[in-house]
Write a protein that binds this ligand. Sequence first.
Ligand code: G6Q
Length: 557
Amino acid sequence: MRSGLDKGEIKRMPTATKPVPLGDRPAWKALQGHFEQIGGKHLRELFAADPGRGERYTAEADGIFLDYSKNRVTDETLKLLVQLAEESGVREKIEAMFRGDKINITEDRAVLHVALRAPKSESIVLDGEDVVPAVHAVLDKMSGFSDRVRSGAWKGHTGKKIRNIVNIGIGGSDLGPVMAYEALKHYSQRDLVFRFVSNVDGSDFAEAVQDLQADETLFLVASKTFTTLETMTNAHSAREWLLGQLSDETAVAKHFVAISTNAKEVGKFGIDTENMFGFWDWVGGRYSMDSAIGLSTMLAIGPDNFRAMLAGFHAMDVHFRTTPFEKNLPVLMGLLTVWYTDFFDAQTVAVLPYEQYLKRFPAYLQQLTMESNGKHVTLDGTHVTTQTGPIYWGEPGTNGQHSFYQLIHQGTRLIPCDFIGFYKTLNPLGRHHDMLMANVFAQAEALAFGKTAEEVKAEGVAEALIPHKVFEGNRPSNTILAESVTPEVLGKLVALYEHAVFTQGAIWNIDSFDQWGVELGKVLATRILGELESASAPDGSHDSSTNSLIERYRKNK
Ligand code: G6Q
């Protein structure tokens, strides 16, 4: 168990976490009535009734532009959603997070990823101590180390410079680093090779190192707890692989560094704590890519670019904290998700970046959103009365168009989409970028307005085919635009989603910062592992399906 609490005990419940039950809030009741009136309205009608809608339903923060006009909302909807946010204590909850209150109540922890990107001049006091100087001390240590590796001053055991960097971590200690590396590859030092190993499946490690030389390879073991089964298994295999080539225990010091909050376990593994980059229990795994967990990112893009990314995060933090809800990007996006999830019964949200560099962004967001808001009880332990976190998924455009967009356009489900595009490409190549962006705008337009039977008929389509060629439209989307994929813009985009997730969790009154749902499987796997490896037959104490699967595996392995 990760928390310092005894089983079942929740030390304190901040007053801001005890709002009126969601269904009893006046704004919620008003939204129910309002939904009856406008839920069936078509975006065609809404646009026809308000020609200025496309300009009006927009907001911008530090160069991140959001067009939310293609959502099934009116002024009244937006007013009621903002009222819902106020009644749900979103404002107080934002302040509680930034102040360092222990809002992750089931783990009795503060939630202070915003401190990771606070400028040196700020002060955030937690348990009587300003955490900002410690954050900057780690950043400075990371910068010094990154400079040495990037310049070749850091030598491996045989005196060679490091050419390969392998990050070993999983979940929050992997998805952010992978996503950021891919997103910012354009800025990366190209003579360094980066690999990421996460899965306990040995093929992941084997493929990652099969063409690498140990004496030119640096492993970053990234684990907040330094006890995670997958990561420790991979880290031990990495050590064996290294020693298999270098045959000298002292080589470990030159080829392994740790990123962790657990100095004791790091020491036990044999990594000099001098080569450890720390962070703190108030950084949740899925909110940790801008802590020392981002060391691979810094090694790839350099300290200055990393700091620019942090500045981007911080700019969005300030926007979130200070901007009225009506113009607040994360709040608006969070509220719209609640609107579709709870009133339209939408099950999923598609995130569709029209930018190849963001190809891992949807996978990253899956953890951020679903581990945060996939909860079935409220902060006081009672069962929620509405749906909570939707399923996030997506692929970069235009690839998705030739695959699953069919269902978004003509299927029976409502799938709100977030389109993400950029004014400028990092790789100008003929007409490519205009073509890419033409597709973003075209998809959002087609989803919203569709094509009527009359329009299809007017094209001379045979009667029998008309129903097949009709696009009902009325499928909502956001369009997010920014200059180009820079470290700063990436920071802003990630923080945008972090805070949108926060807003949703605040409305649902759930703990967006714990993850108890990952525990049961871990415990069962440990027990089953013993049964798979044991020479004697297992006692058959599982259900009949699990028993026979175990038996079949034992026979055939
Ligand atoms: C994230 C979760 C989880 C965590 C991994 C890795 O919020 O807590 O994804 O990041 O389980 O944990 P360690 O970093 O402790 O190895």
